[in-house]
Design a protein around this ligand. Structure first.
Ligand SMILES: [Zn+2]
Ligand SMILES: [Zn+2]
Length: 264
């Protein structure tokens, strides 16, 4: 079996007491059949740091972008384009809109979000979208900036079924994290049942939001298996089928050669 963690922040894990290094984290993941990760950046200096932390590996690819919560820091659009064009970078992001935590940077977030989509189209790399309390504006910007030309994923999905439908209509993939396992997430499970298997991804968004039964602990890529097991039950398929589908979806969205996504 081959599982992919489609969204993790490898630079946010606890290397003081929990893990020796990135190798250690990925070995723990592989022991649970999680054999590939997308390491997501949230600032441009963070992207550079992430690349040097992880190094060149066959089992990790990267995204490059500036998170909506980091729009209080200025960055250079040309530098974003240059870094995003680097080999090993498979996506722009994470980008998007977060009006819950940082409504004061709304205008700046929108400009940055549009920029990321345009660069994604220019480089033919999909966008990784984060949205919170900003449903209508997120959908409008995706449509206006013609995101269908580069594609993308709504990561850590916490919206409703209707929003999922609109994203699917735009050709989007939808990624579920450990939140779907939380006892209170009834409406989210309803949306998860609705998303077809051929548009589904799974992620940890580690180090945040560990899935049941690990709540309260640090999340890590290995735990995407718990999300996948939960989703398989929810969708009424075997874990192997869920793994097969989500890995194939990952390959096709991020243009990762399928030969890299097979058991060694
Ligand atoms: Zn996010
Ligand atoms: Zn994230």
């Amino acid at each position: 079996m081959f599982l992919v963690d489609s969204h993790c922040h490898l630079d946010g894990l606890d290397y003081q007491s929990l893990h020796k290094d990135v190798d250690d984290v990925l070995a723990k993941a592989a022991a649970r059949d999680v054999k590939f990760c997308l390491a997501v950046a949230t600032t441009l200096p963070g992207y550079r740091g992430l690349r040097s932390l992880v190094g060149e590996r066959d089992d990790v690819v990267f995204s490059c972008g500036v998170h909506p919560l980091n729009q209080d820091q200025m960055y250079d659009e040309q530098e974003l384009l240059t870094l995003a064009a680097e080999p090993g970078v498979v996506a722009l992001g994470e980008t998007g809109l977060d009006y819950y935590y940082t409504p004061e940077t709304k205008a700046r977030q929108q400009i940055s979000f549009r920029q990321h989509i345009r660069i994604g189209r220019q480089l033919n790399k999909p966008v990784i979208v984060h949205t919170r309390d900003a449903r209508a504006d997120t959908l409008a910007i995706l449509r206006e900036e013609k995101v269908t030309e580069c594609g993308g994923v709504l990561h850590c999905f916490t919206e409703d079924r209707e929003t999922a439908g609109k994203l699917l209509d735009m050709g989007f993939y939808i990624s579920f994290s450990g939140i779907v396992t939380f006892r209170t997430a009834g409406q989210l499970r309803d949306a998860a049942r609705y998303v077809p298997l051929d548009r589904l991804l799974v992620e940890t968004d580690s180090p945040y939001l560990a899935p049941v039964p690990h709540r309260g602990k640090e999340n890590q890529p290995a735990m995407v298996r718990d999300v996948a097991e939960f989703m398989a039950t929810l969708k009424g398929v075997s874990l192997a089928e869920l793994a097969q589908a989500t890995t194939a979806n990952f390959a096709s969205l991020f243009h990762v050669d399928a030969s890299r996504l097979q058991p060694a």
